[in-house]
Design a protein around this ligand. Structure first.
Ligand code: SAM
Length: 254
């Protein structure tokens, strides 16, 4: 199951030239980083970070002194070609974002795609992401789920919500604090009063998970501080239909 190399002894040879490393970093708790991630970040020639100031806290904590350059969606046209050029010159580059796994609802996707299109080596160094702990802590079925990321803010929002009405799997949404209430209300309007959960500030000091039907969560969200980071989890359609059918059978039989 595991590669039997000693990860510490192997540390010196963890990085190859001309390779883009997609490195997952903590979503709040600085201790949530893998040994391999730290080693790769120390060994690469360059780190491309979404926000160099945010990443500096993590890099300083682990004594990582690798040169850091900025890569975010506003400069993707400029930064991606430059990073691709450096990879082609033989540099090893680690890509990190503000939190979690690069490419999951953040700008890293563009660079990954550009590197693959150029047939460059791309290597994932897996680790934290917000959607998995949120799903687990929701208590909703997690054997199959649909990660929806951020709902469109304006154009296409209603259409997406309507498409999701019949989604049979548990759905996971990312949301910003100031849109949390609106999104809960829209989900209630389109999906009905389903079991759901809100996971807030995961792995941080004020981690909080609220569970209940959407109507109750809407009430509870009214009292939540509009800051921090949120994931919304909503039960899929078929479970409700199955449960309702089962309830009818139970009522009929008793
Ligand atoms: N790449 C990240 C990942 O792997 O999860 C996600 C980046 S996305 C720009 C940021 C969103 O992730 C936030 O708006 C929130 O929905 C979610 N998120 C990130 N960290 C979180 C945390 N500690 N607790 C709850 N949600 C979090």
């Amino acid at each position: 199951m595991f590669n039997d190399e000693d990860p510490v002894a192997a540390e010196k040879s963890l990085v190859s030239a001309a390779t883009l490393y997609i490195v997952s970093t903590p979503i709040g708790n600085l201790a949530d980083i893998t040994y391999r991630a730290v080693a790769v970040l120390k060994q690469v020639d360059l780190i491309a970070a979404e926000d160099t100031r945010t990443s500096r806290v993590l890099l300083d904590y682990y004594g990582i002194s690798t040169t850091v350059v900025s890569y975010h969606d506003f400069n993707e046209d400029r930064a991606a070609p430059d990073l691709i050029r450096r990879l082609k010159q033989g540099l090893s580059i680690a890509l990190i974002t503000d939190a979690g796994t690069p490419g999951i609802s953040d700008p890293a996707f563009y660079l990954i795609r550009a590197a693959l299109q150029e047939n460059l080596a791309v290597c994932a160094v897996p680790g934290p992401t917000a959607l998995i702990p949120a799903l687990l802590l929701s208590g909703l079925p997690c054997e199959r789920f649909s990660f929806e990321g951020f709902l469109p803010v304006k154009k296409g929002r209603q259409k997406r919500l309507q498409q999701l009405q019949a989604e049979p799997r548990t759905m996971v949404f990312y949301e910003s604090p100031h849109r949390l209430r609106r999104t809960l209300a829209d989900l209630y309007q389109t999906c009905g009063d389903r079991p759901a959960a809100i996971a807030r500030e995961l792995t941080k000091k004020f981690e909080q998970v609220l569970r209940g039907r959407l109507s109750r969560l809407i009430e509870e969200a009214a009292g939540l501080p509009l800051k921090g980071e949120f994931v919304i989890i909503v039960e899929g359609q078929s479970r409700r239909v199955e449960k309702a059918a089962q309830k009818t059978v139970d009522e009929y039989e008793h």
